[in-house]
Design a protein around this ligand. Sequence first.
Ligand code: MF3
Ligand code: CO
Length: 253
Amino acid sequence: MPVTVKTEREIALMRESGHKLCEVHNALKEIIRPGITTAEINRYGDSLIRKLGGIPNFLDYNGYPASICVSVNDEVVHGIPSEDRVLKDGDIVSLDAGLIWKGYHSDAARTWLVGDVAPEVRQLVNVTKQSFFEGIRFAKAGHHLYEISKAIADYAESFGYGVVEELCGHGIGTHLHEDPQIPNFRQKGRGILLVPGMTLAIEPMINLGTKRVDWSSDGWTVRTADRKPSAHYENTVLITDGEPELLTCIGTI
Ligand code: MF3
Ligand code: CO
């Protein structure tokens, strides 16, 4: 699939889609507490997406069985919500959510602290978010894609963290996953030239320990090989002539 450049009309719809998803994340943040199950988080997220007029785009995507990916501690991404998984004090939980609005997809992830989290794990969460912002310093027309990849990796690795290589960010638009793939680690070459109107889901997945991951027997959940915690942060980003526009991020989250 080619890399798509969106028209003004498409950008307006991507923006609406992203702003709705931002609302979903803002609301989900408020329910995170020790004692809640990951299934409850999914149900609330699913109902919010629909209330806002969106369609959950993860549900049934390649058979994925929920609307929100809820990944706890050593789960990197694609955790499957469960009635049996209860968040407890000291956990971290990453929520990855997406929706379709008038045919246009948005995709964003946040990692939240549950109660009182160990300082070294809090730092992992903060650095993961900051690695996204280091990356998007290069998400501008005239730069090349892999400048983003390098900036994310350099920043995260400067803390000794493992950068996950098995999963990447991606273009997004009328499909959840469009070209290009956006690695979070250094590449050979420069990657494609960025031009205004490209919409990219940039999503560092950063591990406290080894970068190595494995897949759990449910076929979805990606976990760190050493079972140390992992964090994830993602926004759908519009390339412009100037600063990138974060379509799924209004204000501070
Ligand atoms: N946010 C994920 C991604 O970027 C999408 C989850 S795939 C699903 O690729 F199958 F879990 F929905
Ligand atoms: Co994504």
